[in-house]
Design a protein around this ligand. Structure first.
Ligand SMILES: [Zn+2]
Length: 452
């Protein structure tokens, strides 16, 4: 569903309810630009049943009532692009351009160390960080997605797992068909997990050939699954593609039929008018990763132009190796500020639009907007609470402005995913952080020895 479309009607809720969240304010994202004062979100069996004035719920039969009288509730944030396991490589190599960073540091470290165990520990570290920062869903692209799935389920977090494809061997898979077979088998095996969904993740036009793209496209059409790919991240990628294929990467993928309403183009930094037109005509989505683009000096994605062309834009962190935070509050604020500076228009990507990108628009790109992305009856109870009484958030004239421009992940106090409380008063409820940090320390020693 397009993010501007109206939600389906839902029958009126009736008690008893599992959970009532009594909040000072509720920012449901739909209807747009609305904040509801002193409202209660009623949850049952993991779903939002109703959002009502708190006074109207006093007599309801409710199992657990949570006092959030200093808080604002909003949908959990959707991280539209990351490589979660790379959290173990945070700060391993900084201040380098993409090609040298990848070829001299990241790829050698991966080939020496990446295993299912590495991915499970790294993804759990990422999940812990993201949950505490208000992210309830992430779209991942990495090796050993079965290990990412285990970590996400342990953390109780929603994940879209990338069925990765590359045209060169790694310890994970021998060739492109082996990558795809492993991803497809995992998808089949985890079909019953309601927190997990899947997308195809051919890495990039410069690491995947036309034959592999053709197979990805056939599977994606048959299984109605999104395709998640890095695209037009650097100027060099375009120069190399013109030399090798006689055309820009986006034109090549479009000719192969790969650009469509199920495509998530990650980065989309270097775009000419024809590229923007192609993305718009095909109904493709863009995953904007502002910090990663800044840190790797990739450039400035023309977000205001994409929005004006009607393209659905969500926001991602990229990995902790190129960011170095998995912090969507930083990203959504940067998305708004950069759009203004790049377009020369202070009106570009206003406060609410940035919040929409970090919630509903990300969900829409993943095909999950019927389940998450807004606080509405019938949707999953993926909800975050921000403490609005913090002094950095005072005074509060406009809560939407406050969340986009003043709040940070440190103001997130509580997080629910499918109605389960995963963060309670800033503490993770489903991750043993002491044991996790001990394992992370062991990985740091191993990777450090390799770097030395
Ligand atoms: Zn990436």
């Amino acid at each position: 569903m397009h993010p501007d479309a109206l939600p389906p009607a839902h029958p009126k809720a009736s008690p008893p309810f599992d959970l009532a969240l009594d909040a000072a304010m509720v920012l449901p994202i739909r209807p747009a630009n609305r904040v509801l004062a002193r409202h209660t979100v009623l949850v049952h069996a993991g779903k939002i049943e109703a959002i009502l004035p708190t006074v109207d719920t006093d007599h309801y039969d409710i199992r657990e009532r949570v006092d959030l009288s200093r808080h604002l509730l909003m949908p959990g944030l959707v991280n539209l692009h990351t490589h979660a396991a790379m959290a173990l490589m945070r700060g391993l190599a900084d201040d380098l351009p993409l090609t040298r960073w990848l070829e001299d540091h990241i790829w050698p470290t991966e080939s020496a160390h990446v295993s299912a165990r590495f991915v499970e520990d790294g993804t759990l570290l990422a999940c812990a960080e993201m949950l505490r920062g208000g992210v309830t869903c992430f779209n991942d692209m990495y090796f050993y997605p079965e290990a990412s799935a285990r970590a996400a389920l342990q953390a109780g977090m929603r994940a879209s797992l990338g069925m990765i494809a590359l045209d060169f061997p790694t310890p994970y898979a021998t060739d492109s068909q082996d990558y795809l077979n492993k991803g497809l088998a995992l998808r089949d095996g985890l079909r019953g997990e309601s927190l997990l969904s899947f997308c195809f993740a051919p890495h990039a036009p410069y690491t995947v050939g036309d034959d592999t793209f053709g197979r990805v496209l056939n599977y994606a059409r048959e299984l109605e699954t999104p395709i998640h790919i890095h695209l037009h991240e650097t100027a060099q990628e375009i120069i190399d593609s013109e030399a090798a294929f006689g055309m820009r990467p986006l034109a090549r993928l479009d000719r192969l039929g790969l650009i469509g309403a199920d495509t998530i183009a990650v980065h989309a930094v270097h775009l000419d008018d024809r590229d923007v037109d192609t993305l718009a005509r095909r109904g493709a989505h863009v995953a904007h990763c502002p910090s990663s683009n800044l840190k790797l000096a990739s450039g400035f994605a023309p977000i205001a132009r994409l929005v004006a062309a009607g393209i659905n834009v969500g926001i991602g962190t990229d990995s902790a190796a190129s960011n170095n935070r998995l912090d969507l509050f930083t990203e959504l604020r940067l998305a708004s500020l950069l759009a203004k500076a790049v377009s020369g228009a202070a009106e570009a990507v206003p406060a609410f639009a940035a919040l929409e990108m970090a919630t509903l628009r990300g969900a829409c790109a993943l095909g999950l907007d019927n389940r998450i992305g807004t606080l509405e009856p019938g949707k999953s109870a993926d909800i975050i609470a921000l403490d609005l009484s913090a002094l950095e958030l005072s005074p509060c004239y406009d809560p939407i402005s406050q969340v986009t421009y003043a709040a940070g992940r440190e103001h997130v106090t509580d997080v629910w995913v499918a109605g389960e409380r995963r963060v309670a008063d800033r503490a993770l409820t489903s991750v043993d952080t002491v044991s996790l940090l001990a394992r992370v320390g062991e990985w740091r020693s191993r990777l450090q020895r390799n770097a030395d």
